[in-house]
Design a protein around this ligand. Structure first.
Ligand SMILES: Cc1cc2nc3c(=O)[nH]c(=O)nc-3n(C[C@H](O)[C@H](O)[C@H](O)COP(=O)(O)OP(=O)(O)OC[C@H]3O[C@@H](n4cnc5c(N)ncnc54)[C@H](O)[C@@H]3O)c2cc1C
Length: 592
């Protein structure tokens, strides 16, 4: 038997639901779509009835896969990271990366079966006669990532590379690349990636040292890319400085770098080594040396960074979705465990401290769910031509990336703790979730870089918060089933958060407050969204309780030397931790 072939591990899908010998079960075998009421309700709201009808079976199928086969493959791929071979067996400098068969099977599910990379660019994915809306794509990413995080990088970066080629490349370059990149045949398709970071700087993109020289009508790149995820992609989008171009970001051009040239030979670059990473271990990140590699200019030479930022922003949104997904997995795992583990004669979910712990990990997960679906819907409206929606998306994207990725870290740790010592052991998914959570605050901009983008550029320059303000005000006006006093409280908090963000944007001396101001905007936005969601007919009214928790715990002042266990919160916890249906009439008294 091939030692690298995926095997059904005895501890995976077949885990008995009751657990064994006192050990609480995990989510193996669950359908992550079927058990996610919030997701199902919101998809029914944001998608057209026809799209929802056609896509619901695919959400359901992926939900089942994510709790089953995909989860099992992810576990194996994480334990068997990719291996770089610098030469082939004939001694030629034909580097290649060896992946475990489990990773290859996940690629088949993602690129072949679901066609994530192409689903919003062309018809044909999932039997649809039209491209999918962004809401559906990100919902599918959300389900996929509840099982496998590492592969979502290659999936997403192929999708976003296609976007850039379609938008900025010449017709000739599009004709060359797009048929391959949009293919649903995994054996033939070309996958994409994006290389920017060099030793001199990741945040400080203007310090890029890679050069581009025009030789006999062909661009040739030389340089050293320090962080290259999906290192063996078939085509990489990267930034380089054409000879003679000015220093800083203005002199950077965008290029498409194929792994193989038109005659089939290898392009002149090498993967020097793979990174030994804390998380995302199933996916290969490497260092790449460009030795006069042939590349194609994409768009205008002096617009490189501006064009690349479109890809960065799309990736940022996807990172927010991935953080939401991992937090959901954490919540699911924690709930399953808390409902069956016994200590001191009781099931642990019955203990007040543990109930609070569960709420603390559930709240950020619910916030991120509301935020990413609203952002995706805003993207769909922007794509349909709404300038207001495009402006609103400008701020929603870094808000989601910044806060959801940060929240993912304590949520993963909290979920690990709910499982006790077993949560620290790599046989259980919590340990991987803790490791994977941390990359979210690094790639596509650290927390500081995203917070500065929100405050200095989205608020200070683009005034994008004005579009957000208008969208949220409308939602609050429409949420007429919610008590007026609660909506007024939200309006006042929204005004204060916007004022604070504007002030930080306007006063250079307040730059160190950028993260606080960005967090305030995120929290109040999520609270308004969850309130509006609770107000809809046949909605899960409990979402408004999450909104109140956000107001109290994320946006309100608290005295660390006074009790926090208020009666309203105990009543709210009772409802939020149960699975029963709650209507708005039952919770009106808890919304003040
Ligand atoms: C596993 C992994 C995979 C990656 N894959 C890719 C990839 O495929 N392609 C790619 O291009 N990059 C990739 N990266 C690189 C990643 O995007 C960078 O590491 C990240 O942008 C930070 O850049 P840096 O490492 O140079 O840190 P620096 O930019 O040196 O930052 C160091 C610290 O300084 C802070 N800082 C910097 N400037 C400011 C400022 N103005 N104000 C306040 N604080 C500041 C940062 O927030 C950070 O905390 C990857 C990274 C990792 C870890």
């Amino acid at each position: 038997m091939d030692a690298r072939a995926p095997r059904t591990s005895p501890d995976a899908a077949a885990t008995p639901r009751r657990g064994a010998d006192h050990i609480a079960p995990d989510c193996a075998g669950e359908n992550f779509y079927a058990i996610d009421r919030g997701l199902r309700d919101l998809l029914a709201h944001y998608l057209t009835a026809e799209d929802f009808r056609q896509l619901a079976p695919h959400f359901d199928r992926l939900g089942r896969l994510a709790g089953g086969r995909l989860d099992e493959l992810a576990r194996i791929a994480d334990r068997h990271p990719p291996v770089l071979h610098p030469r082939d067996r004939f001694g030629r400098d034909e580097d290649f990366i060896d992946y475990h068969a489990a990773y290859r099977e996940m690629e088949q599910i993602a690129f072949g079966d679901f066609q994530f990379h192409a689903m919003t660019h062309r018809a044909g994915a999932l039997g649809m006669d039209r491209p999918l809306p962004a809401v559906a794509k990100y919902a599918l990413q959300y389900l996929f990532v509840q099982a496998e995080f590492g592969l979502m990088c290659p999936i997403s970066v192929t999708d976003t590379s296609i976007h850039l080629i379609r938008k900025f490349a010449s017709t000739e370059l599009q004709d060359y690349l797009l048929p391959k990149m949009l293919s649903g045949d995994v054996a033939l398709m070309w996958k994409g990636t994006q290389f920017m970071t060099e030793r001199a700087g990741g945040s400080d993109v203007g310090s890029i040292e890679t050069t581009a020289r025009l030789e006999n009508g062909e661009w040739r790149l030389s340089g050293d890319k320090w962080f290259c995820s999906h290192a063996d992609a078939d085509v990489a989008l990267l930034l380089a400085r054409p000879e003679g171009a000015p220093a800083g970001t203005k002199g950077l051009a965008l290029f498409a770098l194929p792994r193989r040239l038109k005659d089939g030979s290898r392009n002149a670059y090498r993967i020097v080594r793979l990174k030994d990473k804390l998380g995302t271990r199933s996916m290969a990140s490497g260092e790449i040396l460009l030795e006069g590699a042939v590349a194609y200019l994409v768009g205008q030479a002096d617009q490189g960074l501006k064009q690349m930022m479109e890809q960065v922003n799309l990736s940022r949104l996807s990172h927010g979705v991935r953080a939401a997904a991992m937090m959901r997995r954490c919540v699911n795992e924690a709930m399953v465990c808390a409902r069956s583990r016994a200590a001191f004669g009781n099931t642990i979910i019955d203990y007040p401290l543990l109930r609070r712990q569960l709420l603390k990990i559930t709240l950020p997960a619910e916030q991120a769910l509301s935020m990413f679906l609203f952002a995706a819907d805003t993207m769909d409206r922007a794509n349909a031509g709404s300038a207001d929606a495009a402006n609103c998306l400008r701020i929603l994207t870094p808000l989601l990336k910044f806060r959801a990725c940060r929240d993912n870290i304590p949520v993963a740790t909290g979920a690990m703790e709910v499982r006790g010592g077993n949560g620290y052991i790599e046989e259980w998914v919590q340990a991987r979730l803790v490791r994977d959570a941390h990359i979210g605050v690094l790639w596509e901009g650290t927390s500081n870089i995203n917070a500065l983008d929100i405050i200095s550029r989205a608020v200070g320059k683009s005034r994008a918060h004005k579009s957000l303000q208008a969208a949220l005000a409308k939602l609050l006006d429409e949420a007429t089933t919610i008590p007026a006093a609660f909506r007024d409280r939200l309006r006042r908090t929204l005004d204060r958060a916007l004022e604070f963000a504007e002030r930080v944007a306007a006063e250079p001396a307040l730059e160190a407050d950028a993260r606080q101001a960005a967090s305030g905007l995120y929290h109040v936005t999520s609270a308004v969204l969850m309130t509006a969601e609770a107000a809809r007919a046949s909605a899960d009214a409990r979402r408004a309780l999450f909104a109140r928790l956000v107001l109290e715990h994320r946006l309100g002042a608290r005295d660390p030397l006074a009790p926090q266990s208020h009666a309203w919160e105990r009543a709210a916890a009772e409802m939020l931790l149960s699975e029963r249906n709650v209507v708005i009439g039952e919770i009106g008294g808890l919304l003040v």
